[in-house]
Design a protein around this ligand. Structure first.
Ligand SMILES: Cc1ncc(COP(=O)(O)O)c(C=O)c1O
Length: 395
């Protein structure tokens, strides 16, 4: 997970202006990110799609559509969202495609990408093949770059994509493109190696296809990302292969463009000082537990390996959510001004893989969602969730 201490723009945001908890999207930063992606697309002559799985905030669909070429969906519901709420092209890839979703996904999508040659073999007779939707195949170059197995689609025994050894004898008539995704929060060098490995493993088949989708997983909008290296690499790749090329970042679109506002509900001591806040790692920022990583909190220094010495420091506080899960811990921080009950805090960089993953475990309320325009300091609360959001998913 990105650890860059960005989102410091939120130092200029008064968290009392929104309900708590609340995801606040920084529209200015979002547009800066989109501008970088549009620049890469323009210079490299590739098309960039927003991966909806990371960030599906359709309130900003017009802004996204001003810069990107469309969206990438993971199944029928995201495809519907992409087609009805967002602009541009729609590419859909679902590892587990259901037969009764097939025709509807196909009607919604410009590209439909199959996960295995077997899946394509089963469905090829059922697709309309009327030329409106192009069919692709996810390939798996078996080249691992991701740092944790949780995010490594190229690990042995992976279900994601066709490995080189399995493609040799396949009849891919009707398949016009390939899709590869194997990175997570990484820079240019891993992408460069992945692309070389992909060319090496599947380049022999490139003559039979027209396009390739090179996935997401790159921090394209991070301050230190070498966009010009990527542009050069993609231009050379395109010149050599002639393939129409797509990227589908999620994280990079909303990187550092949001914070989760939370309020301190209680404080206490048990070997060390802790605070219970009204946002939850497990419900509202699950990657904190799954990845795992410790998010930055405005005004606090993250203490990665806090031990006994820190526990005795009155300026150190371990923040945890309001659920029963012992591990619902956001992190341990040293604060200049130690937060007290009723104080508001901002957990930084929480726009992606948060709203799309949030749950109501323990009956925990879902955070509201707000848009903040830093240029004119206007705040618009675009969504608030009540008890119905919890009850509506239960029976
Ligand atoms: C197929 C595919 N494309 C794109 C993405 C977006 O990746 P990121 O949000 O890391 O850019 C993912 C993330 O899991 C993915 O699985």
């Amino acid at each position: 997970m990105p650890t860059a201490k960005a989102g410091d723009a939120f130092a200029g945001f008064d968290p009392a202006r929104v309900p708590s908890p609340c995801y606040v999207i920084d529209l200015v930063k979002l547009e800066e990110n989109l501008r970088i992606l549009a620049h890469i697309a323009d210079r490299a002559e590739v098309e960039v799609l927003l991966a909806l799985k990371a960030f599906s905030c359709f309130a900003v669909a017009d802004l996204v559509g001003d810069y990107l070429h469309g969206t990438a969906a993971s199944g029928l519901w995201e495809a519907k969202l992409g087609r009805t709420r967002f602009k541009g092209a729609l590419h859909t890839f679902a590892p587990g495609l259901k037969q009764d979703h097939l025709r509807e996904i196909e009607d919604l999508s410009d590209h439909l990408i199959f996960n295995t040659a077997g899946q394509w073999g089963r469905f090829r007779g059922e697709v309309s093949a009327d030329g409106r939707c192009a069919y692709g195949l996810r390939i798996n170059p078996r080249h691992s770059e991701a740092e944790t197995p949780l995010y490594d689609p190229c690990a042995p025994w992976s279900r994601l994509g066709v490995p080189p050894t399995q493609i040799a004898d396949e009849d891919l008539t009707g398949i016009s493109g390939f899709h590869v995704h194997a990175l997570c929060d990484q820079g240019f060098a891993p992408f460069d190696r992945l692309l070389s490995a992909t060319e090496k493993a599947f380049g022999g088949r490139f003559g039979a296809i027209d396009w390739i989708n090179l996935g997401g997983g790159q921090l394209l909008t991070a301050d230190d990302y070498p966009a010009s290296d990527l542009i050069d690499r993609l231009r050379a790749f395109r010149a050599r292969t002639g393939l129409r090329t797509y990227l589908e970042p999620g994280t990079a679109v909303a990187l550092n463009a949001g914070a989760l506002v939370t309020e301190v509900l209680d404080t206490g001591w048990n070997d060390g000082h802790f605070a219970v806040v009204d946002c939850s790692a497990t419900c509202h920022m699950p990657d904190v537990i799954e990845a795992p990583y410790t998010p930055d909190v405005l005004g606090g220094d993250t203490l990665a390996d806090a031990g006994t010495a820190e526990a005795e420091d009155p300026s150190v506080l371990r923040l945890g959510g309001p659920t029963c899960l012992a591990g619902d811990v956001i992190g341990t921080y040293r604060f200049g001004a130690v937060p007290a009950v009723g104080d508001r805090l901002m957990v930084l960089d929480q726009a992606y893989y948060t709203m799309v993953k949030a749950s109501t475990f323990n009956g925990t309320p879902l955070p509201a969602i707000a848009l903040w325009d830093r240029h004119n300091d206007k705040v618009r609360i675009i969504k608030e969730f009540g008890y119905e959001a919890f009850e509506g998913r239960l029976s």
